[in-house]
Design a protein around this ligand. Structure first.
Ligand code: NDP
Length: 306
């Protein structure tokens, strides 16, 4: 038996296509939605993420304003650049790409990202609104996962959902969103005892740990819906061989590039046991960017149409 793939790329296209007429309407009557993207330093992964976000903005007709302070900027100097954006009538969303360099006080910087421009949904006001189930931008990765489950008409109410990971940007908001959909939610983390036992009770299992292929067959209840948020790059040949021993295409690609992408869930076990599952790549990643765009358009509508 092989589970049904939850196709993040397809949902990404659906969401983006639904945004196009809304962006066109704003552009025709007011101005295009505008997203300020703050990228500090030269972290290669962050550069790739930002490039892809800016490209999606360009494709959709969302204006992107790139702000690129140097790696060694101080917290005060960064605030000098971020704070004015919160009152800029030409800016709808502010995205501060994480992680920030070690010397930066992230909380202080983020406190200048006003809720009305918090496109990532990471700020205290947005997270507080999520706890209370009130409207505010939702963190993009968990919001995208929920949107995907709904579009695949996967029932959530009454289901036992297990979220592994409790970060403020993925695990915690995911658990709250599932709770608001009336799932019975268990949150697991690095101190959880008997993780396999907890996970194997999940009707809906969401893994967001950053631990390559850690959740193997004994963690997955047969027929579960499995969402793999983890994005781990492997460069160790033995590990790649262990995870992808039955996938010649992956092994061949590793031979060429020296790197392979894997989630937190063993891909073979997930495919064999889950009723629905998200592949890595092509599952959760495309949803995150689609929801970022959706948040930007919603903030622009709130600024321009009210
Ligand atoms: P964090 O490192 O902030 O959080 C990881 C969480 O996993 C922590 O709560 C930690 O527990 C828990 N954890 C770590 N190891 C274990 C373990 N052995 N057993 C149980 N729990 C464990 O990561 P993020 O939430 O930011 O991201 C998680 C993963 O998702 C990463 O691989 C990241 O790359 C990926 N990601 C993918 C996105 C996408 O768009 N596809 C977007 C965002 C993230 P504790 O709190 O106790 O330390």
């Amino acid at each position: 038996m092989s589970g049904v793939v939850l196709d993040g790329k397809k949902i990404n296209q659906e969401i983006l296509n639904e945004l196009r007429p809304r962006i066109a309407a704003l552009t025709a009557t007011k101005r295009p939605p505008a997203l300020a993207v703050v990228l500090v330093g030269n972290d290669p992964a962050s550069q790739i993420y930002v490039r892809s976000k800016v490209k999606t903005c360009n494709d959709l007709g969302i204006r992107s304003i790139e702000i690129r302070p140097s790696e060694n900027i101080t917290t005060d100097d960064l605030i000098q650049q971020v704070a004015p954006l919160a009152n800029d009538p030409e800016v709808d969303g502010i995205l501060v790409q994480m992680p920030l360099p070690k010397q930066i006080d992230v909380e202080r910087v983020m406190s200048y990202v006003d809720a009305s421009r918090d496109v990532d949904g990471f700020g205290m006001q947005s997270l507080g609104a999520l706890v209370l189930n009130r409207p505010a931008p939702r963190a993009c990765t968990p919001a995208g996962i929920l949107e995907m489950l709904k579009r695949y008409r996967i029932p959530i109410a009454g289901k036992h959902a297990v979220v592994v990971g409790r970060s403020d940007i993925v695990g915690k908001p995911m658990a709250l969103l599932l709770l608001h959909e009336n799932a019975t939610v268990t949150i697991c983390h690095s101190r959880t005892r008997n993780l396999a036992e907890e996970c194997s009770r999940a009707d809906i299992l969401v893994a967001a740990m950053g631990r390559p292929a850690m959740l193997t067959a004994e963690y997955i209840k047969p027929g579960a819906i499995v969402v793999d948020v983890g994005t781990n790059r492997l460069s160790n040949a033995a590990e790649v061989q262990r995870v992808f021993k039955d996938e010649p295409a992956k092994l061949a690609s590793f031979e060429k590039t020296g790197t392979a992408l894997v989630g937190d869930i063993d891909p073979k076990a997930m495919k064999e046991l889950a009723s629905y599952y998200t592949p890595v790549p092509g599952g959760v990643g495309p949803l995150t960017i689609a929801m970022l765009m959706a948040n930007a358009v919603e903030l622009a509508e709130a600024h321009l149409l009210q």
